[in-house]
Design a protein around this ligand. Structure first.
Ligand SMILES: Nc1ncnc2c1ncn2[C@@H]1O[C@H](COP(=O)(O)OP(=O)(O)OP(=O)(O)O)[C@@H](O)[C@H]1O
Length: 319
């Protein structure tokens, strides 16, 4: 198999714990030097996928290759080319930033660990705090140092499990900047996230993972083009009107946004169709507070995909 342009190649990955199927069929590939986001809600199977790809657990079925190395058969070779920054920090908070990096450099048998530490502290804009104990650092700084530590062995593939969870908006933007810079330097990055905005802003390609399956994947604009264009959004007075409208307009594909009391309806964009939508709402005595035409957002794609998967699951259960 030719994998020179593909750093991560995953085919039909399966994993169960007892009788619970966590990964049912996960297939995707990540071109070298790009960022791929596995986007999914809590419990979708993101961390389980990362744990398999970083050789911490074995899959029950399917295969995965990193830089051409089989994660199940060649774990040592995989270790040489990857690095992982997980949800739990690997830092020793009683030490300074410099000391943490020096320990990591020695673990990797670097010939000049000091040089590497200084370079990384500069790269991550942490030089000014390098001699302070990490326990006094902010969450954003600790997360940066975590990534710096994972770069000590010069990996070519970086796994980031929810890199910005718990960070304030400013630190999140700084982290995005770092990840983009690493990609621009040629690194392949696989990150997991629950944040739609993060996936859209950062990833070259996104895979929507839901209940152990990739429901759709592609660039953000490819994913958006999966939905019919000509979407419109209605905002209603209250939740009851929203529920009622979703029911009345059920013959169209819709996605509900309860927090904003809004309903997106995917139409063919024709004037006749719009007239029909308004007629249904009028006959249902639902008043529309706001109306706008929009192009589908990634959130619409995500919610629609998940909804379709649910109804597919229900139909399957009936068979
Ligand atoms: N060792 C284990 N034994 C049993 N069940 C597990 C184990 N590890 C994970 N699970 C279950 O597998 C499912 C998927 O977990 P996973 O951590 O992969 O999800 P996730 O998408 O990363 O979610 P989160 O965003 O919450 O981390 C969850 O229901 C979890 O409880």
């Amino acid at each position: 198999m030719e994998k020179t342009d593909v750093s991560i190649f995953v085919s039909s990955l399966k994993k169960s714990y007892k009788d619970k199927e966590i990964l049912k069929d996960v297939t995707f590939s990540v071109p070298t030097g790009t960022i791929y986001a596995l986007l999914g809600s809590n419990g979708a199977g993101k961390t389980t996928t990362i744990r398999i790809l970083t050789t911490q657990i074995r899959p029950d079925g399917g295969t995965a290759h990193i830089q051409g190395f089989d994660v199940a058969k060649e774990p040592e070779k995989v270790h040489r080319v990857i690095s992982l920054t997980g949800q739990f920090s690997a830092l020793d908070e009683s030490l300074t930033g410099m000391e943490n990096l020096l320990i990591m450099g020695r673990l990797h048998h670097l010939s000049a660990p000091e040089k590497s530490a200084v370079r990384l502290l500069e790269y991550f804009d942490l030089s000014a705090s390098s001699s302070r104990r990490v326990s006094s650092w902010s969450g954003g700084m600790k997360r940066k140092l975590d990534i710096a530590m994972s770069l000590v062995g010069s990996p070519s593939v970086l796994f980031l499990d929810e890199p910005t969870t718990g960070l304030d908006p400013q630190s999140r933007l700084a982290m995005w900047q770092i990840v983009r810079r690493l990609r621009d330097g040629g690194m392949t990055v696989l990150l997991t996230t629950q944040y739609l905005e993060e996936a859209e802003q950062l990833a070259d390609q996104i895979g929507i993972l839901h209940r152990g399956r990739i429901l759709a994947q592609g660039t953000p604009s490819q994913l958006k083009s999966l939905l019919p264009q000509g979407a419109v959004r209605f905002t209603f007075r209250d939740q009851e009107d929203l529920r009622c409208a979703a029911f009345l307009l059920g013959k169209w594909q819709t996605s509900s946004h309860p927090a904003e009391c809004a309903l997106t309806v995917f139409t063919d964009g024709r004037a006749d169709t719009l007239r029909e939508l308004f007629r249904h709402l009028r006959e249902g005595h639902i008043s529309v507070r706001k109306f706008s035409e929009l192009s589908p957002s990634l959130e619409d794609v995500f919610l629609t995909m998940i909804k379709e998967e649910k109804s597919y699951g229900k139909n399957k259960a009936k068979l």
